[in-house]
Design a protein around this ligand. Structure first.
Ligand SMILES: *[C@@H]1O[C@H](CO)[C@@H](O)[C@H](O)[C@H]1NC(C)=O
Ligand SMILES: *[C@@H]1O[C@H](CO)[C@@H](O)[C@H](O)[C@H]1NC(C)=O
Ligand SMILES: *[C@@H]1O[C@H](CO)[C@@H](O)[C@H](O)[C@H]1NC(C)=O
Ligand SMILES: *[C@@H]1O[C@H](CO)[C@@H](O)[C@H](O)[C@H]1NC(C)=O
Ligand SMILES: *[C@@H]1O[C@H](CO)[C@@H](O)[C@H](O)[C@H]1NC(C)=O
Ligand SMILES: *[C@@H]1O[C@H](CO)[C@@H](O)[C@H](O)[C@H]1NC(C)=O
Ligand SMILES: *[C@@H]1O[C@H](CO)[C@@H](O)[C@H](O)[C@H]1NC(C)=O
Ligand SMILES: *[C@@H]1O[C@H](CO)[C@@H](O)[C@H](O)[C@H]1NC(C)=O
Ligand SMILES: *[C@@H]1O[C@H](CO)[C@@H](O)[C@H](O)[C@H]1NC(C)=O
Length: 636
């Protein structure tokens, strides 16, 4: 197609106009866009205008705390009188104190944490940027040479009231001067004095009692909170202690967020004593989560949140320090912590064993003394997750102590756990030091149970498990439930729970009385004569003959399996398998099964333990093999 000259000129001017318009937009469009963004940007622009030349460039502002602390240090250190130490938020200060004297501290609230707290709340909402700018902006003024200047910001901060959490731990306490007779009494506890009025800047036993709070340490620890709008003055006083050396060492920390050191004296012990043998003990925490979410479980299973301390009850080195994390770390006999005392005597790991199959942490102690009582103290090391100081609560948490004891030196009960097939088993079993170590012992019992189970599995496969519901043996139960019930029962029956022969608890069943102890001793005739003669076979043998043939444990007592384990099989399994349970009162019942009695471990069940910790004796129930109706030996 051909253009006339006129058309060509029109086309040329159109093209030129388009180019011009394009050029115009290229050059000036940013102005239009900027105008649209102005409302969002304006606060930052205003902030920029406010920045003095000396203030930090905006790019370097990020939520770190150092500038706050340096500001704090400058203002406080300048003010703290001689002999008074300034406390930093969430940091422990270590100090010695001599009997009859008081160490003093000051904690200034106004220069730090209002901002720290604000930032934290805002960060949660994801809005911290804008507010941080405003906060930072105030900082140079606050850190000025005269902190008492009555400028507007200072006044506002000063009048805001805040909660301050003060906590302290006694790390070292005086020792008795005479080693012998005074050891039963412990040295007196330190006392914390707190004042929030400038009129009493030296709280202590000599100051006006109306102007201060007084709290005595409990087992080497103290927690105290108060609401303040200004400085907090703290005194830690050491009493005169006759008959003891004079030096204490303690750590004190103040915080506006939470207690740095905590302890729990109210709740039941959080540590459960599962079982022990002559040299070892197995302890376990409660469920560490209620969640069956695989992500949550996985996260917990890959952590080891707790540490543990253990102490022979006769050893008084931690008396008066049982709630003090640093006191336990330094003074306890065994500290299952990083760099702790004899930490090699403890192995810890996570397990899902027990009712509910939820994650728990377990501790296994070895190298303990036989027939001894111990205290186990569970603790959370706040600093294990972070670098220690500087974080709220980083001083650690101490739980109430759990008592446990070891078995006699007959040495014929040995703890097994971490079994492959009988994965719920963790307790003492009939054993003999000459048989082999705990790994070999566990293997022996586990293999035996697995062998028994294979026989059962063959029988179960002949039952119409997968049949349509009208042909199944039960509408309520299926074969997997039968198999699970059988496995629970089988593991507990083939792996008897062992107690010392000397243990007098009435629910324990004597076994293998005809044999000699591993050290060659035998029971005297009088002891043997005491057992009921009408059922002697249950007393002179073990529940299962292979134990007597292979392990030869010698006389021991058995915690019988709980009767409900048997009823569960009868209810869950096809009647064609022919299971039945002995009835209480029937001959042989009392040699086969135990019955649950309150909180006591009067019979054995999967995941059983000494749940009520304190003075309660071990509870175990015993089941004997050989009643007639009982199928205990059905599959042998
Ligand atoms: C503690 O001992 C010192 C020196 O022996 C004495 O001056 C002071 O009064 C005593 N304090 C108390 C409370 O007994
Ligand atoms: C120490 O205790 C023993 C008995 O435990 C007693 O015989 C002795 O007299 C006591 N010594 C002192 C100085 O109290
Ligand atoms: C603060 O102390 C009071 C008693 O003085 C106590 O009831 C309260 O539980 C404490 N607060 C915290 C968070 O511990
Ligand atoms: C027991 O098993 C757990 C988990 O597999 C492991 O962490 C722990 O070390 C084992 N304990 C012993 C003594 O084998
Ligand atoms: C763990 O949780 C299960 C299920 O809720 C419960 O039955 C069991 O008693 C708990 N175990 C412990 C040791 O708290
Ligand atoms: C075992 O007993 C001895 C002697 O009584 C004692 O010195 C030692 O500390 C005890 N060891 C443990 C782990 O209890
Ligand atoms: C137990 O004994 C076996 C050899 O019988 C050995 O291989 C194993 O390392 C021992 N285990 C422990 C925990 O000592
Ligand atoms: C058996 O019953 C339980 C509970 O009703 C169910 O969770 C399970 O899947 C059943 N097993 C089979 C093989 O049907
Ligand atoms: C156990 O006692 C019964 C009854 O007295 C006896 O028949 C049996 O041989 C004894 N068994 C052993 C291993 O001593």
């Amino acid at each position: 197609m051909q253009f006339s000259p006129l058309q060509s000129r029109l086309a040329a001017s159109l093209i030129a106009s388009c180019l011009l318009i394009a050029l115009y937009f290229t050059l000036f469009t940013p102005h239009f866009a900027l105008a649209a963004e102005v409302p969002g940007d304006s606060p930052i622009v205003l902030d920029d205008a406010d920045f003095s030349p000396a203030s930090q460039p905006r790019g370097s502002l990020n939520p770190v705390y150092e500038p706050e602390f340096s500001a704090f240090d400058r203002s406080i250190l300048g003010r703290a009188p001689a002999g008074v130490s300034a406390l930093t938020n969430n940091e422990a200060t270590s100090m010695n104190v001599v009997a009859g004297s008081t160490e003093r501290f000051v904690f200034t609230v106004d220069s730090i944490p209002a901002r720290a707290m604000m930032e934290r709340t805002l960060e949660l909402r994801g809005e911290h940027n804008a507010n941080q700018l405003t906060n930072r902006d105030n900082e140079p003024r606050e850190a000025g040479p005269d902190p008492d200047t009555n400028d507007a910001d200072g006044l506002v901060k000063r009048q805001a009231s805040r909660t301050v959490y003060i906590s302290a731990n006694t790390c070292e306490q005086p020792r008795p001067l005479v080693a012998s007779n005074t050891t039963t009494t412990e040295p007196p506890q330190l006392t914390l004095y707190v004042s929030k009025t400038d009129l009493n800047q030296s709280p202590g036993p000599l100051a006006d009692t109306d102007s201060q709070f007084e709290v005595e340490f409990t087992e080497g620890a103290v927690m105290f909170n108060l609401t303040v709008s200004g400085d907090v003055y703290i005194g830690v006083h050491a009493p005169n202690a006759t008959g003891f050396t004079t030096d204490w060492n303690f750590k004190v920390a103040a915080s506006t967020d939470a207690y740095f050191y905590t302890y729990n004296e109210k709740d039941d012990a959080d540590l459960i004593w599962v079982d022990s043998d002559a040299q070892g003990a197995l302890l376990i925490t409660h469920n560490l989560t209620e969640s069956y979410d695989p992500v949550v479980e996985q996260k917990i299973m890959s952590s080891q949140p707790y540490v543990m301390f253990a102490q022979n009850s006769k050893d008084t080195s931690i008396s008066g320090l049982k709630y003090s994390y640093c006191g336990l770390q330094i003074n306890s006999q065994i500290a299952a912590t990083k760099n702790g005392q004899f930490a090699s005597m403890v192995s810890t790991g996570m397990t899902k064993r027990g009712q509910g199959n939820l994650p728990k942490q377990q501790f296994f102690f070895s190298g303990l003394n036989s027939s001894a009582d111990y205290l186990g103290i569970l603790a959370r090391d706040g600093s294990s997750t972070v670098s220690g100081n500087g974080l709220a609560g980083a001083g650690g948490h101490v739980f109430k102590a759990t008592q446990f004891s070891t078995k006699s030196d007959h040495g014929n009960c040995g703890i097994v756990f971490n079994l492959t097939f009988c994965d719920q088993i963790a307790y003492s079993v009939p054993s003999n030091p000459n048989f082999g170590n705990s790994t070999k012992l566990a293997q022996f019992y586990d293999d035996y149970a697995r062998e028994m189970y294979e026989n059962f599995d063959k029988s179960l496969q002949q039952v119409a498990c997968e049949a349509p519901s009208n042909q199944r043996y039960s509408l309520a139960r299926n074969c997997s439930q039968c198999a699970a019930a059988y496995k629970d029962w089988l593991c507990l029956v083939t792996i008897p729970r062992c107690e010392d022969f000397d243990n007098p608890a009435p629910y324990l069943h004597p076994r293998a009385m005809n044999q000699k102890f591993p050290n060659g001793e035998a029971l005297d005739d009088a002891a043997i004569a005491q057992v009921k003669l009408n059922y002697k076979a249950a007393y002179n043998t073990s529940r299962n003959p292979r134990i007597d043939e292979t392990i030869v444990p010698g006389p021991y007592k058995e915690v019988l399996p709980c009767e409900d384990l048997c009823y569960n099989i009868v209810q869950s399994c096809p009647s064609s398998l022919g299971f039945s349970c002995p009835v209480p009162g029937q001959v042989g019942f009392s040699s086969s099964y135990g019955r649950r009695q309150g909180d006591e471990l009067s019979c054995n069940y999967p995941g059983s333990a000494h749940f009520s910790s304190s003075a309660v004796r071990l509870v175990a129930a015993w089941a004997v093999p050989a009643t007639v109706t009982l199928f205990v030996f059905l599959l042998l």
